[in-house]
Write a protein that binds this ligand. Structure first.
Ligand code: PMP
Length: 355
């Protein structure tokens, strides 16, 4: 830290993103990216826009929000677009939480939540998940604080049924309930269907996972127009051009080719269930997942050891050092071929280490 760094943030511990190694080619199963490239129309749409980059983008994202409205079956005023759902979440924390309405979220969840809370000086409480990593709904009923729940959760992949999400939203009418649906397209039911019913529900989503565009940085929020207006107050006070021209075009093209992405999600779900079964045959405990990853622990193999051994063999998975989950690895679901290689490599490691 330099002597110029503000005291206000001197205790801030930044979020640690998953590795993006540039040295050699790995089978990358560590940051929940899609193994499939964006659909054909995206390339055309982006290259057609390059010649206009001397001009600022449309701060209202009019065309993109109109296309979103068609796919999500809701009017454009209910939608805000941001630079990844990370930005949407940061804006939502800033807009809807403070000392009077502090944050609550599970102890095991997306690691960015405490960081966004810290940088915005929002007090927060982490509520322990139960032993099997389920969200105990009663912990959130009438909690009277700003709630953030990732559904499905990360890094566990566990899904909370929509009826339980609805109970939480309904019982906290004086606070916003944020539902982070980064992984909803891999088998869950979206809370977007409830936003017309609950003015305190704020749903976030992303193009990074099911729509194969982590590199484009496109995320969104869907909620009552009053909440969307609040997010826009923050957005216009931060960076009204947060969606650049190329990203906007890529997003529109992807939404026009929704079938391609829906089919890819089906393949990933099949590969996930295959991987889970194979890991179980090898003695792993695998948490049931509705995401594009599984969270698994081996009886004989330490989580960090397995992560390092797989890395040595050219396969990257994610390991977290937090005590409660240090025995686990989070494994992104890729193509069938990638998952077959993963299983092969795990078998080799088990033989080499005699476990
Ligand atoms: N929410 C959760 C639960 C995530 O795992 C991620 C991905 N790291 C995000 C939000 C952010 O996704 P993005 O900013 O790429 O849209």
């Amino acid at each position: 830290m330099s002597k110029y760094f503000t005291n206000r943030l001197s205790n801030l511990v930044p979020y640690t993103p998953g590795e993006q190694p540039q040295d050699k080619q790995y089978i990358k199963l560590n940051t929940n990216e899609s193994p499939f490239p964006p659909s054909g129309g995206v390339l055309k749409a982006v290259s057609g826009e390059v010649g206009k980059l001397q001009l600022y983008s449309d701060p209202e994202c009019t065309a993109l929000r109109e296309q979103m409205a068609k796919v999500y079956n809701i009017e454009p005023e209910w939608i805000v677009m941001n630079n990844g759902s990370d930005e949407t979440l940061n804006f939502a924390f800033l807009a809807f939480a403070d000392e009077k309405s502090p944050l609550v979220f599970p102890d095991i969840t997306y690691g960015f939540y405490p960081v966004f809370a810290e940088i915005n000086h929002i007090p927060y409480t982490e509520i322990p998940l139960s032993a099997d990593f389920s969200v105990n709904i009663d912990d959130y009923i009438g909690v009277n604080k700003t709630v953030i729940i990732a559904n499905p959760n990360a890094p566990t992949g566990k899904y909370v049924p929509l009826c339980d999400i609805e109970k939480i939203v309904k019982s906290n009418p004086d606070n916003v309930v944020i539902v982070d649906e980064a992984y909803i397209d891999f088998g869950g039911e979206s809370a977007v269907n409830l936003v017309k019913k609950y003015p305190n529900l704020f749903v976030t989503g992303t193009f990074s996972k099911s729509r194969s565009m982590a590199g484009v940085r496109l995320g969104f929020g869907i909620a009552n127009p009053a909440l969307i207006k609040d997010i826009n107050t923050i957005r216009y006070s931060t960076n009204p051009y947060n969606i650049n021209r190329l990203t906007a075009k890529a997003g529109i093209a992807a939404l026009e080719e929704q079938n391609y992405y829906t089919e890819n999600c089906k393949t990933i779900i099949q590969n996930r269930e295959w991987t889970k079964a194979e890991l179980e045959k090898l003695g792993f405990t695998v948490i049931p997942s509705k995401a594009n990853f599984v969270f698994a622990k081996s009886a004989g193999l330490d989580g960090e050891k397995l992560y390092l051994a797989l890395k040595e063999k050219g396969v990257l998975v994610r390991h977290f050092t937090k005590t409660r989950i240090k025995d686990y690895n989070r494994i992104t679901i890729g193509t069938k071929q990638q998952m077959e290689i993963l299983i092969e490599k795990i078998k080799e490691i088990k033989e080499e280490l005699n476990v």
